[in-house]
Write a protein that binds this ligand. Sequence first.
Ligand code: Z5A
Length: 214
Amino acid sequence: MPRTGFFITFEGSEGCGKSTQISLLAASLRAAGRDPLLIREPGGTPAGESIRHLLQHAPEGENLVPEAELLLFAASRAQLVREKILPALEAGRVVISDRFFDSTTVYQGVARRIPADQTARINTFAIGGCLPDVTFLLDLDRKTSLERMHAGKRSLDRIERESEEFFDAVRAGYLKLALENPARIVLIDASRPADALAKEIQSAISQRNATLFS
Ligand code: Z5A
């Protein structure tokens, strides 16, 4: 079936403001009469939410090797694409995902040092050609991101407890990815106030699809 919807993904380091921007964007789309599907990764389906628990919080996930971690993220995504994303896009809906395959490229490929060709092959298999129409990379320095997360007062999960070197590699990996994919990835300076970011994001979407907010 042809894909008539519009697929938007958000990426960036933890606490960079993805959820905040997704809520603001969804509200603008609803005000324009749209019914966006909001999803998150890992997760978004019953199977995916179980995988999320194993990856982030379950004691059984504490000793996952990088290869198993990569395959679990890919399994969650393969299920999400076929169960939720493709049917929504085929029905003409806007789909907004909090993280997608770029997270695997950066966290497992760059930061966990799994060779890029292997990460790319598994990503390709998992998404089956379902590429985002546009991806917003919210770039934020580690210090501000930590301040924001501590202000939210939530406990850190397994990946959030990684080293500073790990998160430096994540940020550098994302910036490199944005340089390599200028047509798809829009780099956003996430240190600014939320409403300024929301305007920039809405404007970038309108440039790609003039009908979404009309
Ligand atoms: N992961 C992976 O390794 N491989 C993969 O393939 C995938 C994921 C898909 C998922 O984490 C983890 O899985 C993630 C990568 C890994 N691990 N790490 N580390 P998650 O889903 O639990 O959470 P997250 O995606 O890392 O981030 P988050 O905690 O959901 O944060 P956020 O959505 O980006 O930020 P926020 O909740 O919108 O904002 C954080 C706080 O800042 C909050 O208090 C806001 O009110 C505040 N905020 C937001 N925007 C602003 C602005 N502009 N100014 C000031 N304050 C702001």
